[in-house]
Structure formats: structure tokens, C-alpha cells
Design a protein around this ligand. Structure first.
Ligand code: BT5
Length: 255
């Protein structure tokens, strides 16, 4: 059915019509010891999840909703790099399929025309220096019309069909996505993070632009200069110092 040209990613693909969340199911599979590279896909999710218990609206069969179980032999400290690998892959595949260039909004959103097209949710179980499993959830709005977008995100979200007027073949999309993810993941393990970093920075939203952000109490301004090896966002402050942001309130949409 999937016609995948991969070595290990998606050797097992579990496909559901409608489940609560591919992420929750993938974590259950991971806990039961499923193989590295197992993929859970659903046509629709009744309870899709974002980060920090936020909702991910996906109770329609017009998007790509899937989760990948990985068992990387890397330090848990490096896990954020895999979110950045995934974001880069999404940008590349979306660009290839739709001929539009999305922007990666640090750390895990993809935008088109300033609206959210896709999101990534990375969750892991690790102890000390070993990752037991890492589950990467990917949600992409593909063929929804404006009316089919959930009311609560209609003004901040978008789909490839809304942006291009075209519809896209979802199986082909998933194939390309998994093939590209396997290739980039392998490259990341073999050659390190620098190639991903360079590619990520090419797609980075507001790269070299000034934004207002808040860490702790003080609001300040800075220029986005890229990402660090550990996944931090690099911000050049007004005094010329480079700050590494691990979490921050960034005011992305004011100029
Ligand atoms: C994310 O969280 O962006 C991660 C989304 C991951 C979804 C995938 S789908 C497959 C797998 N199974 C799951 O259950 N989840 C993963 P976060 O950065 O916290 O963004 C959540 C916010 O995005 C919400 O608070 C809304 O504002 C917005 N949002 C919700 N649904 C959306 C949608 N369909 N399109 C665009 N934005 C949406």
C-alpha cells in the first residue's frame, strides 16, 4: 500500500481510520517494545495533542497525522536536535510537493503566509544517558478548505489547499516524508548536526530580523541569528551579545 523505499522507517506502519491520538498510541507501542521506525498513521484523530496539553485539531481526514517511534543511540540532551531534523524535513518535503516555501518558526511550527501549516510534538522516555524511545508526532494541514478548518484556529492556521488551491495525494506525501526523514536522520547520525543546522537556518522564520521577546520579567529586542547545536535559538541582543534561548515568549508577529 505504501510503496516505501526505506530501509527501516515505516517497515511497520499501523494505520487507523479514527483514533484518539497517534501520539498516545505510538507511546503505547513503544512501551510494549515495538521496533525502531514503527509508524502510526490515522485518517483522523478525535483528541490530537499539541505541546503543554494544548489541542491539535485533526478530526478530519484532510491532513497528515502520524507518529514515528525512534530508538536513537544518542544522549537525551540531544533529543531537541531531532525535532529540528524533523522540522527541516517537513519544510523540504512541503516545498517539493507544493512548490511553496514554508518557514520554520522555532522550535516546532511550520508557517505559510504567517499562518500555522504544521506542528511537531516530540516526547521521549529516557534515563541518565539513554533514550528508551522517542516519539515524534507530525501534523500537517493538507487538503482542508477554509470552512473545514476548526473554527478556533481558522484565523491562525492554514492548509496547503488554502494556500495553493490544489489538492495533494496523501499517500505520496507520507511516502516522501518518511523517505526524506530516514535519509536526513541517517545523515544526522553519520555526519552530525551541522548540515541540518544550515538547512534549518535557510527556512527559519524571521532569520536576521528583529523581534521582541521575554525571558523572565524583562522584555527586550533582538535579532534572530540561528540555532545552536543543542537546539537553542540564538538571539543577538541590542548590546551585541548572543543569547541562547531555550524557552522564551517571542512576539513573532509584530514587526
Ligand atoms: C504542536 O503543538 O504544534 C504539535 C502538533 C502535533 C500534532 C501531531 S498530529 C499526529 C500526532 N498525534 C497527536 O496527538 N499529536 C501529533 P503546539 O506547538 O503546542 O501547538 C498547538 C497550537 O496549535 C494550538 O494551541 C492551536 O493554537 C494550534 N492548532 C491546533 N490545531 C491546529 C491545526 N490543525 N492547524 C494549525 N494550528 C493548530
Amino acid at each position: 500500500q505504501w510503496g516505501l523505499h526505506t530501509k527501516w522507517l515505516g517497515k511497520e506502519i499501523v494505520h487507523h481510520d479514527r483514533i484518539s491520538s497517534t501520539q498516545t498510541t505510538a507511546i503505547e507501542y513503544a512501551q510494549e517494545g515495538c521496533d525502531h521506525g514503527t509508524v502510526i498513521v490515522a485518517n483522523r484523530q478525535s483528541n490530537g495533542r499539541g505541546r503543554l496539553s494544548r489541542q491539535w485539531y485533526s478530526d478530519n481526514d484532510q491532513g497528515i497525522w502520524l507518529s514515528v517511534v525512534l530508538r536513537p543511540d544518542i544522549s537525551p540532551m540531544k533529543a531537541p536536535q531531532l525535532t529540528l531534523v524533523t522540522a527541516t524535513v517537513l519544510a523540504e518535503v512541503i516545498e517539493q510537493i507544493s512548490q511553496t516555501t514554508p518557514a520554520i518558526k522555532w522550535p516546532n511550527d511550520l508557517l505559510l503566509n504567517n499562518r500555522k501549516l504544521a506542528g511537531i510534538l516530540t516526547e521521549m522516555q529516557a534515563e541518565q544517558d539513554k533514550i528508551h524511545y522517542l516519539v515524534i508526532g507530525i501534523g500537517i494541514n493538507v487538503n482542508q478548505s477554509y470552512q473545514e478548518m476548526d473554527l478556533s484556529v481558522r484565523e491562525i492556521a492554514t492548509s496547503l489547499q488554502i494556500e495553493t488551491g490544489k489538492t495533494f495525494h496523501q499517500t505520496t506525501f507520507i511516502q516522501l516524508l518518511l523517505e526524506c526523514l530516514e535519509r536526513r536522520y541517517q545523515q544526522y547520525l553519520d555526519e552530525g548536526f551541522h548540515l541540518i543546522k544550515a538547512s534549518w537556518e535557510q527556512y527559519a522564520y524571521k532569520m536576521n530580523k528583529e523581534v521582541t521577546y521575554q525571558t523572565g520579567k524583562a522584555k527586550q529586542k533582538g535579532f534572530i541569528r540561528g540555532i545552536a547545536e543543542d537546539g537553542a535559538l540564538l538571539m543577538e541582543t541590542e548590546s551585541g551579545r548572543i543569547d541562547s534561548l531555550y524557552s522564551a515568549e517571542i512576539d513573532w508577529f509584530s514587526s
